[in-house]
Design a binder for this molecule. Structure first.
Ligand SMILES: *Cc1c(COP(=O)(O)O)cnc(C)c1O
Length: 371
């Protein structure tokens, strides 16, 4: 078939994708640095939930001296999956690694969702779920969380119909920081659709349903090395799947989806747990200190968090103005002003000196009268 000259190449593209809004990209460190005219090492980046202590030094060393980058990585990820089996406490046949847990979100949707199928999203939450659903031609059904941002199990069950394939539950939720109770998750598993529990922040919450996966055919847990292990830039996450789903995900994924450097980094990280857990502990202690200080500011309402960030409603003044004011001082936080997240900020937990700089800046920026 020849392209219709009147419609051109655009006419050959998927119409549903042309209408997509796309994922809001983050601004890279170098661009931020140029924008505020400060060197990258002077910036305080509290907008990406990244680990302020970096990755394990064992990762740095192993990657610098690895001799076999010219050989393709193992498509079956044997060593990585075996290493993860010990860490997760679930047999390796349930585990598949991805290029970040973002890739696993996409693979799960590809496995289950055909055009016209429905996916339930518990909003407000992480933006990748609707993005990847729409890429697959699925329809996103948004179900509101309650005032404390807890998932509304009754409303989710109410929303399920014959076209519903799957529900996403981030626990802890991004950006609100709260976990979903196990009984809620199990109630949804009983409802028979696929329940995907995204535990990207598990190491900060200590709450998981991973041990329940082998007993259910429709429960999936996703995890990441981006946040707790400081490997966001290397792109490595994994899923814990019922056997049947794990087999299919292994089959449909790109053979070399996880690069060698990322595979090496996982193995080295898991051999340096003591170091990484010390970073996590420092972040947890700092989260509590940051929360106490934010709470003292009368223009902010911080929400309790079980992750490495704190969500704040701006109750007096304007979040965008605070966001801009902090930015001028080289401090970057995430700002939201959407119908479901009005006038609010998400602040990643940094090092103690980052908290100190942030609090000083907030007292200057937030104290002023606002529009
Ligand atoms: C950061 C984040 C991810 C992405 O993890 P990657 O492994 O870096 O792709 C997934 N889910 C949630 C809720 C996140 O906040």
């Amino acid at each position: 078939m020849k392209p219709d000259p009147l419609r051109g190449v655009k006419g050959l593209m998927r119409g549903d994708l042309l209408g997509l809004e796309g994922y809001q990209p983050i601004v890279p460190l170098e661009a931020l640095s140029e924008e505020v005219n400060l060197p990258p090492d002077k910036l305080i980046k509290l907008d990406g939930n990244e680990n302020p202590y970096g990755c394990s030094p064992r990762v740095q060393r192993a990657l610098a001296s690895y001799p076999l980058y010219h050989i393709y990585p193992d498509p079956e990820q044997r060593e990585v999956r075996r290493a993860l089996q010990g860490y997760v406490g679930v047999d390796e046949k349930h585990i598949v690694a991805g290029s970040g847990s973002d890739e696993l979100i996409d693979l799960v949707l590809r496995l289950f969702v055909e055009p016209g199928d429905r996916v339930i999203n518990c909003v407000p939450t992480f933006g990748m779920y609707p993005f990847s659903t729409e890429l697959c031609g699925g329809e996103v059904v948004s179900v509101l969380r309650d005032r404390a941002y807890a998932i509304d199990v009754a409303a989710i069950k109410e929303a399920i119909d014959e076209k519903t394939k799957l529900v996403f539950i981030a626990s802890p939720n991004n950006p609100t920081g709260n976990v979903a109770p196990e009984r809620d998750i199990l109630e949804l598993v009983e409802a028979g659709i696929v329940v995907v529990v995204d535990e990207a922040y598990y190491e900060f919450s200590g709450v998981t349903v991973a041990p329940l996966v082998p007993q259910h055919e429709n429960l999936i847990v996703l995890r990441s090395f981006s946040k707790w292990a400081g490997l966001a830039g290397l792109r490595i996450g994994y899923g814990i799947f019922p056997t049947l789903i794990a087999e299919q995900i292994l089959k449909i994924k790109q053979p070399y989806n996880v690069n060698l450097a990322a595979q090496l980094a996982v193995k080295e990280s898991l051999e340096d747990l003591e170091h990484l857990q010390a970073s996590v502990k420092a972040i947890l202690a700092e989260r509590e200190r940051l929360f106490a200080q934010l709470k003292r500011l009368k223009f902010l309402k911080p929400f309790p968090s079980q992750a490495n960030f704190i969500f704040c409603a701006v109750v007096e003044g304007n979040a965008e103005r605070i966001h801009q004011g902090l930015k001028q001082k080289g401090i970057f936080v995430r700002h939201f002003d959407t119908p479901l997240l009005r006038n609010s900020l998400r602040i990643s937990v940094g090092r103690p000196e980052h908290t100190d700089a942030l609090m000083e800046a907030l007292s200057e920026v937030g104290g002023k009268r606002s529009g």
